[in-house]
Design a protein around this ligand. Structure first.
Ligand code: NAP
Length: 256
């Protein structure tokens, strides 16, 4: 268990094993780098982008922290078991960031059952599988930080994104319920619900749509992956022990 004796203000996560799912690109990559900068040993999970994941690992090692890339499709229970087993070789996982996710934009009437199930599997079942696999270790250690990456659409609902919104809203309910269930074990569970963040996930937008989104956002710009990573870093720190079951939404004021 982290105590005042193990806490360092310069590298508050020194030596802590942190699993970040979907850390090869975008928001997950930025979270991995932020946790590593704070001293964590980061397990950089990816599904297909081996080269990008290797680059994240190299960047972390260059800054003097530890990192390992582990391929696993987090929608598959056997892959999740393998991922967590590999991580525990480096120590008890103290931080889990359920970041991997997929999006899709279409009318509900055009959404097939297969598409619905695929979104639920990636955005809700995968966090369930990863959380279940690390929770046993965290409870035994009486310490843990679980951070689920939801979305503003999980709070407010987005038209053309009913399935995505439902999956991300489900993740917020999952967060709140589990926070209560494990609070006495020293494990906190929180969600971060970003607004529009400039990653591959927004590449389908036309330049007009991007501009409209920027104008609609009170701070006048799209979010950067680092805007999300800062919030995650706070929730992952030992000093956030009294924050649980909460949703922090870095969204530039898009929803208030
Ligand atoms: P992204 O750029 O598309 O990156 C997605 C990451 O997830 C990649 O590293 C990808 O790995 C990984 N991934 C996807 N499915 C996976 C699986 N089954 N197993 C393992 N890894 C998997 O997405 P992003 O924009 O960074 O989004 C990250 C999270 O933030 C998602 O949960 C998303 O819903 C949420 N979010 C994003 C925005 C936004 O505007 N961008 C807003 C709100 C919330 P590979 O590279 O190997 O494919």
């Amino acid at each position: 268990m982290a105590t005042d004796q193990t806490y360092s203000t310069t590298r508050p996560l020194f030596g802590q094993v942190a699993i970040v799912t979907g850390a090869s690109r975008g928001i997950g990559r930025s979270i991995a780098l932020a946790l590593a900068r704070a001293g964590a040993h980061v397990i950089v999970n990816y599904r297909a982008s081996a080269e990008a994941a290797a680059e994240v690992v190299a960047q972390i090692r260059a800054m003097g922290s530890r990192a390992d890339a582990i391929q696993a499709d987090v929608t598959r229970p056997e892959d999740v078991e393998r991922l967590v087993q590999a991580a525990t070789q480096f120590g008890i996982p103290r931080i889990l960031v359920n970041n991997a996710g997929i999006a899709s934009a279409q009318l509900l009437m055009d959404t097939t059952l297969e598409e619905w199930e695929s979104l639920m599997r990636s955005n809700l079942t995968a966090p369930f599988l990863c959380t279940k696999a690390v929770l046993q270790h965290m409870i035994r250690a009486e310490y843990g930080r679980i951070i689920n990456i939801s979305s503003i659409w999980g709070i407010a609902g987005g038209s053309f994104e009913v399935a995505y919104s439902a999956s991300k809203g489900g993740l917020i309910s999952f967060t709140k319920a589990l926070a209560k269930e494990v609070a006495r074990s020293g494990v906190t569970v929180n969600a971060v619900a970003p607004g529009a963040i400039d990653t591959d996930m927004l590449q389908h937008l036309s330049s007009d749509e991007r501009q409209a989104l920027e104008q609609e956002t009170p701070v006048g710009r799209l979010g950067r992956p680092e805007d999300v990573a800062h919030a995650v870093l706070f929730l992952a720190s030992p000093s956030a022990s009294y924050v649980t079951g909460q949703v922090i939404s870095p969204n530039g004021g898009l929803i208030i």
